[in-house]
Design a protein. Structure first.
Length: 477
């Protein structure tokens, strides 16, 4: 007798839930490449030419570029936990040229600046890769490009339209039919694909963080870890950055705390924390790799509004993330939000829907991380204390590459320089503010439901999403 569909589906869900529960609640990248040792906390009173608050990609790229520009400068990075503790070692490792969370988002907000932003993004990616070579930072870089896939009929036309726009803007893109897409990567869910061979590399984010931190230390930058900055006091010509154990006085301060939006309270108006969930599989066997193909090893994402992103690691595991972007009331952040098992089980189900030939493959790790997002999905820039303090935050889900550029802009601003970068509208004008709590949470949860509804309705946005779009506001991961 054939089992009833209900029986099949619940036993499959149970099996998947069981597999997810077997995974370690830990970040694969940082377990695989731990930092060589912890650095001292900030104790006592110090001075510096520049203080950088936050030791993720933005803080570390800022330290590197600042010390290379002025080798004599004294620079102090102050990190609340350990370098890379935030999004920077928890991400998918898609290191893309785009500074604008993709071409379409850039065109919708800054159509007249798009060519400049596009060029700056390409230059930034090239410079980032050349910095890694020059400083011998092994971030397990694979220059693979990316592939977008359509898994629903409405996405096929959308992808074709996108390919036309990409070509109009001078970039190479190959539009594939279902058979051609499945030849690149074999999933029965694929209806079409678009391969963009340039403009993206896959990196190991923890190796990148560890390498950057070691490089700046070797160049004379001081890093204090386990030192949460609580306040910045303004004493006229210097700002005093305080932690519970000590302080650093400096004429310039760059805040690179992204989703945390600390210690400058104004950042929270523009940047909110969204938790994005990730699974890492066990390494695939040769037979499993043969069953899916993926010879080009490109990073993949699907074309839904609530999208998944996935890629291979050096040892042929699959990192699978996205879809569920969770906001918690009151800008909730902390380890309690990192192990939301329901989200992990949901995306594990999607994994096996995508690759049924891998049924039974186990997951080794599961984790989540805080994405700092703005209503334009791109970095925002701000200042306080007569521009002696500058902040940069909010790359949404595309900050691995863009954070190097964001750091560069932040340094220009804090040094009072007027450059092509600082004159951009994207830099000068802030995104719309998110409403404060208690309105923020219900509005975001309502918007999330509308996004899910749009996906279920052939991608068509309802009145609420259309209204937000008209105001240039969005919610994404
Ligand atoms: C799950 C996930 C997947 C992602 N995938 C991708 C991807 O594939 N490609 C991509 O381009 N982007 C991706 N992103 C986004 C990308 O990781 C981030 O945009 C980028 O890492 C931001 O770097 P950052 O240094 O600005 O912030 P963070 O790395 O978050 O660093 C901020 C640091 O500030 C510290 N801090 C906070 N408060 C204080 C304080 N008061 N005092 C001192 N220090 C403080 C934190 O501990 C943290 O280390 C992803 C993000 C997540 C969470």
């Amino acid at each position: 007798m054939r089992p009833s569909p209900g029986f099949v589906s619940s036993s499959r869900t149970d099996a998947i839930a069981h597999q997810v529960r077997q995974a370690r609640s830990a970040v694969y990248w940082s377990e695989n490449t731990p930092a060589p040792g912890s650095r001292p906390s900030l104790i006592g009173d110090h001075t510096a030419d520049l203080v950088i608050i936050g030791g993720g990609f933005t803080g570390l790229w800022a330290a590197l570029q600042a010390i290379e520009e002025h080798p004599g400068r004294t620079i102090h990075v102050i990190e609340a936990e350990t370098a890379g503790h935030g999004a920077s070692s928890r991400n998918g490792g898609f290191c893309e040229a785009s500074l604008t969370h993709g071409l379409l988002n850039g065109l919708s907000h800054w159509p007249d600046e798009n060519a400049i932003l596009d060029r700056m993004g390409q230059d930034n990616l090239e410079a980032l890769l050349s910095d890694l070579d020059r400083h011998r930072i092994d971030a397990a870089v694979e220059v693979t490009g990316t592939m977008s896939v359509a898994t629903k009929p409405w996405q096929v036309d959308d992808l074709a339209e996108y390919a036309g726009i990409v070509r109009e803007h001078g970039h190479h893109i190959n539009l594939l039919n279902a058979t051609e897409t499945r030849r690149e990567l074999n999933s029965p869910t694929y209806l079409a694909g678009a391969v963009e061979p340039g403009g993206a590399a896959m990196v190991d984010p923890a190796k990148l963080v560890v390498g950057l931190a070691q490089t700046v230390l070797d160049l004379g930058v001081v890093i204090s870890e386990r030192s949460r900055v609580t306040t910045v006091d303004d004493a006229g010509t210097v700002l005093t950055v305080r932690t519970s154990g000590g302080s650093v006085a400096a004429p310039r301060v760059l805040v690179a705390t992204n989703a945390w939006a600390e210690p400058e309270p104004k950042i929270r108006r523009y940047v909110i924390p969204i938790y994005d969930h990730v699974l890492m599989t066990q390494p695939l066997s040769a037979a499993q790799m043969a069953a899916i193909g993926w010879q080009a090893r490109c990073g993949v994402s699907d074309w839904a509004n609530q999208f998944h992103y996935y890629r291979l690691t050096e040892d042929d595991r699959i990192l699978w993330g996205g879809f569920d972007a969770n906001y918690y009331r009151g800008n909730g952040m902390g380890p309690q939000y990192e192990q939301r098992i329901d989200s992990h089980i949901t995306i594990a189900g999607h994994f096996f829907d995508t690759f049924p030939q891998l049924e039974g493959l186990g997951f080794s790790h599961r984790w989540a991380g805080p994405i700092g997002t703005t209503s334009k999905f791109t970095a925002a820039f701000g200042h306080a204390h007569r521009r002696r303090l500058v902040w940069v935050a909010g790359y949404t889900g595309l900050g691995v590459g863009a954070s190097r550029w964001g750091a560069r802009v932040g340094l220009d601003l804090v040094d009072g320089k007027s450059t092509e970068r600082t004159e951009l509208k994207m830099v000068r004008r802030k995104p719309l503010r998110f409403p404060p709590e208690p309105i923020r949470n219900p509005l975001i949860q309502f918007t999330r439901r509308q996004i899910a509804r749009a996906d279920a309705n052939h991608g068509a946005p309802g009145p609420w999403l259309r209204l937000l779009e008209a105001f240039g506001v969005g919610f994404d991961s």
